[in-house]
Design a protein around this ligand. Structure first.
Ligand code: ZN
Length: 98
């Protein structure tokens, strides 16, 4: 059968089974090497207030949130784009950020 991608959309190479993660959006179980991982820095302070505080020289703590998306959700959310047959072989440029 024809193969859409040499890697099958994964990055595990010749390794065996990889651990699975849950999609943050739909809850589907996805292999960790196939899921799209995004990290985001979130502050509990409002952006405008944070800017003022930063100007006064205070440090505002931020949390880092890690989200895993399954391929369907990543495409739906516009995080990754569907590429043409000829483009699929190339390594995509840096994934779009939040
Ligand atoms: Zn999903």
């Amino acid at each position: 059968m024809a193969k859409k991608r040499k890697s099958g959309g994964r990055s595990k190479g010749g390794h065996g089974r990889s651990k699975s993660v849950q999609c943050s959006k739909c809850g589907r179980i996805v292999p960790a090497d196939k899921a799209k991982k995004y990290t985001k820095r979130v502050s509990s302070v409002e952006p405008q207030l944070a800017r003022e505080l930063r100007q006064q020289g205070s440090y505002i703590q931020t949390r880092r949130i890690t989200a895993y998306y399954c391929v369907s959700c990543a495409v739906h959310a516009g995080r990754v784009q569907i590429r043409q047959d000829s483009e699929r072989k190339s390594v995509p440029t840096r994934d779009r950020q939040f």
